[in-house]
Design a protein around this ligand. Structure first.
Ligand code: ADP
Length: 402
């Protein structure tokens, strides 16, 4: 049982091959700069526990079909390939950003599913066409195996309408499906499931706040195992302060920038998605650089940390109010898993909610899932590494077993 997991972006394909009986990653890689003058593929294999860079190909890569052919070449490479030919792949899983309101669960890909994804393009104009490219190419190259779509939005489809509706004229929802969808659902659900195991009870009995802090950041309130509110919105721009995305701003900012700075709508969209967040506040979006600069006295880097962690705190408070009883808060993704300072600052002053970190446990470095709360804390606090590819692989296993 070897699954190929694909995350197809507009100019990239990220992939993993997972051996499912043991949940072992056999190979992982990235094709980037598709459609540009200088394309590249990097393939890493895991013979035993070590990682080994087996293949680097640098050449123009015209399109996704061309990129996928290079992936197959790297995976079947005589000496270092992890499969002997494509027939060893028994299923293909695709990360799909936007499933709209139609997909509450992962689904086997059929022509009808592709049709619905095409209809959803207006909701995710940058992501869904790229995801569809990956799906079409993989269906051609692996025609005889099940292909599964796993949606970033699906986990959040349990939100009640009071959480997902914006207070705008209701016709906009009825005609254009304007509403909060939420993203990072695969990650939130994965760490929630892992956390339930730690807590020793079924996920359906758990109330959790999951905090995904990577380049993209989001927080989810989970009641009885279901998402009931989440910080990302109709698009992945709302909510927390991210690497380059602003998160919450006054929606009237668009008009102000147009009237006073002379910016066009598209420029404002670009500003809020690519030039804002941590980068907008201090010029850097890699958290490690920001800490190094802050330690050297850079006031703007300190400001960026302060604004981001304050926003995290505010959302945790809001989700405590949404849930009432919370069993655990879970930190995950690049910053959430590695950054003890951001975790501590994001939880500062929340003792009255029964939230108390153990400073020593918090500052230990580890790649393992772990509990970092004080023994007195009524809300337990965990760091749980996310693994979206494994989550997708488990979805495939569930769906194909039916
Ligand atoms: P993506 O959303 O692209 O998947 P990741 O989950 O990989 O992002 O997270 C990327 C972020 O994690 C970057 O801001 C990076 O600086 C941060 N990060 C990675 N390692 C560390 C670390 N050891 N300490 C602090 N931040 C880290």
């Amino acid at each position: 049982m070897k699954y190929l997991i694909i995350n197809s972006g507009s100019s990239s394909i990220k992939y993993q091959v997972i051996e499912m009986t043991t949940e072992t990653v056999l190979a992982t890689g990235l094709v980037e700069r598709i459609g540009e003058a200088a394309g590249r593929l990097k393939n890493i294999a895991f013979p035993g526990s070590d990682r080994e860079l087996t293949t680097v190909i640098e050449q123009p890569i015209a399109d996704h079909a061309n990129g996928m052919m290079l992936v197959i070449a790297a995976l079947t490479d005589g000496e270092k390939g992890v499969i002997s030919d494509t027939s060893e792949i028994t299923a293909v899983g695709h990360r799909v950003v936007h499933g709209g309101e139609q997909f509450l669960h992962s689904t086997l890909i059929t022509p009808e599913v592709i049709n619905v994804l095409e209809k959803n393009i207006p909701l995710a104009p940058l992501h869904n066409p790229a995801n569809l490219d990956g799906i079409r190419v993989a269906r051609e190259m692996f025609p005889n195996v099940p292909q599964v779509a796993v949606f970033d939005t699906a986990f959040h489809q349990t939100m009640p309408r009071r959480a997902y509706l914006y207070a705008v004229p209701h016709e906009l929802y009825e005609r254009y499906r304007v509403r909060k969808y939420g993203f990072h659902g695969t990650s939130h659900r994965f760490v929630a499931g892992e956390c339930a195991r730690f807590l020793g009870k079924p996920l359906v009995a758990c109330n959790l706040i999951t905090v995904h802090l990577g380049n993209g950041c989001s927080m989810t309130a989970i009641e009885n195992g279901c998402s009931v509110d989440t910080s990302l919105g109709m698009t992945p721009l709302e909510g927390l302060v991210m690497g380059t995305r602003s998160g919450d701003v006054d929606p009237a900012l668009h008009l102000f920038l147009k009237q006073n700075v002379g910016m066009e709508l598209e420029e404002i969209d670009n500003l809020l998605n690519k030039e804002s967040g941590l980068k907008g506040l201090c010029g850097m979006n890699d958290m490690r650089d920001i800490h190094a600069a802050a330690a050297g006295g850079d006031e703007r880097a300190k400001l960026a940390l302060e604004v981001q962690t304050y926003r995290n705190r505010k959302y945790i408070g809001a989700y405590m109010a949404v849930l009432g009883r919370v069993d655990a808060i879970v930190f995950t993704a690049g910053i959430g898993e590695n950054d003890a300072v951001v975790r501590a600052e994001s939880l500062k002053g929340l003792d009255m909610f029964g939230i108390r970190l153990d400073p020593e446990k918090n500052s230990e470095h580890s790649r393992q899932a772990r509990c970092i709360s004080h023994t007195d804390s009524t809300v337990r606090i965990f760091v749980i590494p996310t693994n979206e590819e494994l989550a997708i692989a488990r979805e495939i296993a569930d769906l194909t077993a039916k």
